[in-house]
Write a protein that binds this ligand. Structure first.
Ligand code: ZN
Length: 408
């Protein structure tokens, strides 16, 4: 066998094994190869194993210097493109106002929508690209980015175009999602807005392939079940995959709706109870938890431990956004899931790699095995557990995407 690139000097190569999401106990089953090597051809892994067992040739040999290697992380939930800031909200909330009170007062998310609408595409790219870069530096090699601060169909399209521009200049694999985020302020305008989204926005996004999935914020203060159902039906008709913001503050049926529509993932789940946990465990929908929100807003953490014990497939993301999760590190999201959601180190790695890839409907990423994209991280240390142990310091040394080192 002849490889373009051979990575040697790997103290431990640590990965989930086999296609498809890992659920329940499977989330603790990692394959660990000591003193390993990875052989790459045209950006794809062709062989992994013990370095002493490699029998082929390689054009370039890169010595990892006795450091641990894990799959590139997948951040399955971000809102990385926005303008303005929420520093005044942060101050108001930490002085006693609730997120919903700020929202009801016309602050919160609506101030982000106004600032984002007022920004040009160049400005939004200039704001969004460095955020993506910091996620990459923290180990993310595939990053989902949602629209949702556009509000009008034209502004949503503009946001998705901005995400497309960032995707063309970023070394990371960017996965765009159309997010139907907040309803019009006046209830009288809801039906016409819904029909605009269903009849114009969704078909246009699908036709221009500006997003691979739709996401709807299902919540007491946002979209109701019957409304969300209309969006999902139209999305399905146009072959968009489905994701949902569900059970963030109240469990109003978002999880059940997602499961019924075969959603790729139901995200948030802070307010999910035993019924929602059982629904997810019995479904193919990935349970995506977002510990950055719990630490930033002080809301209860999603029941990660209970979900896994019930047999669900759990993924973890940053939910990077200005209002509820200013978390610019994907590896730190995993580290927080261990502390806040009760995941083990092994479960957190699986949640941030293969399960997060499945939450985006992607195959052949999120694990280090033959035929997978050569997306991997060389850590600073020789023990992979530093990735989820370390707080406030980057445990990631080198980031490789598609067989190329994008950061060292
Ligand atoms: Zn979100």
């Amino acid at each position: 066998m002849k490889a373009d690139t051979l990575i040697t000097g790997i103290s431990q190569l640590v990965t989930a094994s086999g296609n498809g999401p890992k659920r329940g106990k499977e989330m603790r089953e990692l394959k660990i190869i000591q003193r390993a090597a990875i052989a790459i051809v045209s950006g794809v892994i062709v062989w992994t194993g013990k370095e002493s067992e490699w029998k082929g040739e390689a054009e370039i040999v890169v010595d990892a210097g006795h450091r641990a290697v894990v799959p590139g992380l997948v951040d399955p939930h971000t809102h990385a493109v926005w303008a303005g800031d929420r520093l005044a909200d942060f101050e108001a909330r930490t002085s006693g106002l609730s997120y919903e009170e700020i929202l009801a007062a016309g602050g919160g998310i609506r101030s982000t929508i106004r600032a984002t609408a007022a920004a040009s595409q160049d400005e939004l790219v200039a704001l969004g690209k460095p955020r993506i870069d910091s996620l990459i530096a923290s180990g993310a090699t595939t990053i989902e980015v949602k629209s949702g601060y556009g509000f009008t169909p034209a502004a949503e399209l503009a946001m998705l175009e901005t995400i497309q521009v960032i995707s063309q200049i970023s070394p990371a694999r960017i996965v765009p999602t159309l997010l139907i985020h907040v309803p019009p302020v006046s209830a009288a305008n809801r039906p016409s807005y819904i029909s605009e989204v269903c009849e114009e926005l969704i078909p246009e996004v699908a036709r221009r392939k500006l997003a691979t999935a739709i996401d709807v914020f299902v919540e007491k203060e946002a979209w109701q079940i019957a409304e969300a159902e209309q969006f999902l039906e139209h999305a399905k008709r146009h072959h968009l995959a489905i994701k949902l913001h569900s059970d963030q503050f109240h469990s109003i049926g978002g999880v059940e709706l997602g499961v019924r529509f075969g959603a790729l993932s139901a995200d948030h789940l802070e307010a999910s109870g035993p019924d929602q946990i059982a629904e997810l465990a019995a479904s193919s929908t990935i349970a995506t938890i977002l510990p950055g929100v719990s630490i930033h807003l002080g809301i209860p953490a999603a029941p990660g431990r209970k979900l896994i014990d019930a047999g669900a497939a759990v993924a973890v993301g940053t939910d990077l956004n200005p209002g509820s999760s200013p978390l610019f590190s994907t590896s730190e999201a995993l580290a927080l899931s261990v502390r806040l959601n009760g995941l083990t180190a092994q479960e957190a790695l699986v949640a941030g790699t293969i399960n997060a890839a499945c939450a985006l409907g992607l195959k052949d990423i999120g694990r280090l095995e033959a035929s997978c994209s050569a997306d991997f991280l060389v850590l600073h240390g020789s023990d992979w557990r530093e990735l989820v142990y370390t707080l406030g310091r980057n445990a990631v040394r080198d980031v490789w995407i598609g067989g190329k080192r994008v950061q060292e």
